[in-house]
Design a binder for this molecule. Structure first.
Ligand SMILES: NC(=O)c1ccc[n+]([C@@H]2O[C@H](COP(=O)([O-])OP(=O)(O)OC[C@H]3O[C@@H](n4cnc5c(N)ncnc54)[C@H](O)[C@@H]3O)[C@@H](O)[C@H]2O)c1
Length: 401
């Protein structure tokens, strides 16, 4: 309240004319921590999160991505058994098509049945962006907010979905249309999960890393140029000394860059967000491309188009554009899609303008590692850019081969 002792603002002589103004604020704090081999028996990071040592209980509700359960389910169960934790494991299917409200409702039913104690028993999620978004939403709804702890297992999860505060599910044909802002108490980053991740999903995560490099960190961009392909080959496991150094540098820079942009604008009140780079057209294109298109692929298509738009406006030199397209190709990401039709792009732009309160606020690269925002992209400009995008993408992939 503006005045803690007397919030009443008397506007007239009568009490019937009174009004009260309330203003409260809440500090949000959470931790993102590297934790190698999070399920090693001697590791206790996961169990120490979300409750004080005095109040901690020995029960946990754990949500695990179905594929992670197949790969690591035994190890996960052994870990909780080893620590004497009574646990219930619920597996959920991921992939964009399963990111729906009914999964959240099923999870809420299970939480209710388990009788989660929201002061002592943080819900644990082990999985990719879909599992974390679903669990984050359910946890933020359950009893108006139940703590949760995340263990991302995909590259998108490690550098993006696992570090911010957004939760959500798709609704009514729109991506992440239902959601909340809810911080996980702790995110434990264990890159060893990436050893089992498919190559295409690694590329998918590299798209979000490329976003950070292209728009705010030229050194990160250069690392991707030099070592991006090695990261794909070694799955960030540091098989070679070069690969080990590059994996650590790239993950560190991507997460630092992402958090530096998120922290001052956690609730996205400022609508000019550099991390929206690659997310102007992609929400519409990704939904059109389902079930086969991945999030990072749609983001990369958008970044490629935005790169051409920047070049058309004299913000980016032709040689820099060539570097961008060849990195995309080296990372095995699509830089053009037949879905980039004039109609789809115009529709995507309209949807983005609605989301961004009536203005385009479109981030474009202004030299590699920097960005600015524009508001006046025309449909003609988009059509021309998509044509150039196609030519450049074909050219870059021919050179890589
Ligand atoms: N909340 C946010 O701020 C935020 C940010 C970026 C992306 N996202 C969301 O994240 C989602 C994409 O995340 P994603 O790419 O992690 O997708 P995902 O969760 O669907 O996982 C991709 C696939 O990898 C499998 N998988 C997960 N870990 C594995 C492992 N270690 N080994 C082998 N297979 C594994 C999964 O079963 C799934 O089939 C999108 O829905 C996007 O909207 C959210």
């Amino acid at each position: 309240m503006t005045q803690s002792t007397n919030p009443r603002v008397r506007t007239g002589r009568d009490t019937a004319d009174s009004s009260w103004r309330v203003a409260a604020s809440q500090t949000v704090g959470y931790e993102v921590r590297f934790c190698r081999d999070v399920f090693a028996p001697d590791r206790t990071d996961l169990l120490e999160a979300g409750a004080s040592p005095e109040s901690r209980t020995s029960r946990r509700f754990v949500v695990v991505d179905e594929r992670i359960d197949e790969l690591f389910g035994t190890r996960i169960r052994q870990y909780f058994d080893h620590h004497g934790i009574t646990h219930e494991i619920m597996t959920i299917r991921s992939g964009e098509a399963h990111k729906e409200l009914d999964v959240v409702l099923r999870l809420l039913e299970r939480l209710e049945k388990f009788g989660v104690d929201r002061r002592r028993e943080p819900v644990i999620v082990v999985g990719g962006g879909v599992a974390m978004d679903v669990v984050g939403l359910a946890a933020s709804l359950y009893r108006r907010g139940t703590p949760f702890v995340r263990v991302p297992t995909t590259l998108v999860g490690l550098v993006d979905a696992g570090v911010g505060v957004k939760t959500g599910v798709n609704f009514n044909g729109h991506k992440n249309q239902l959601g909340t802002y809810a911080a996980a108490t702790l995110t434990l980053l264990d890159p060893s999960f990436l050893a089992t991740l498919g190559r295409r999903h690694l590329s998918n995560g590299l798209a979000e890393i490329l976003k950070v490099g292209l728009i705010k960190d030229a050194a990160l961009f250069a690392h991707l140029e030099r070592h991006g392909r090695l990261m794909l080959d070694e799955k960030f496991q540091g098989t070679s000394p070069d690969g080990r150094r590059a994996a650590a540098t790239i993950l560190d820079a991507a997460i630092t860059g992402m958090l530096a942009e998120l922290e001052p604008n956690l609730w996205e009140r400022t609508l000019e967000r550099s991390m929206d780079f690659g997310h102007s057209f992609s929400p519409t294109i990704e939904m059109l491309g389902l079930p086969s298109m991945l999030h990072g692929e749609a983001v990369c298509l958008d970044m490629a188009l935005s790169t051409v738009l920047a070049w058309q406006r004299g913000l980016l030199a032709a040689e820099d554009c060539e570097r961008v397209f060849s990195v995309m190709s080296a990372l095995e990401l699509p830089a053009w899609s037949p879905l980039h039709t004039p109609e789809a792009l115009a529709r995507a732009m309209r949807a983005t303008v609605r989301r961004r309160d009536g203005r385009q606020r479109m981030p474009l690269p202004a030299g590699i590692g920097h960005c600015l925002f524009v508001d006046d992209v025309t449909e003609e400009e988009l059509t021309a850019a998509a044509e150039t995008q196609r030519a450049w993408a074909l050219d870059a992939s021919a050179k890589i081969r």
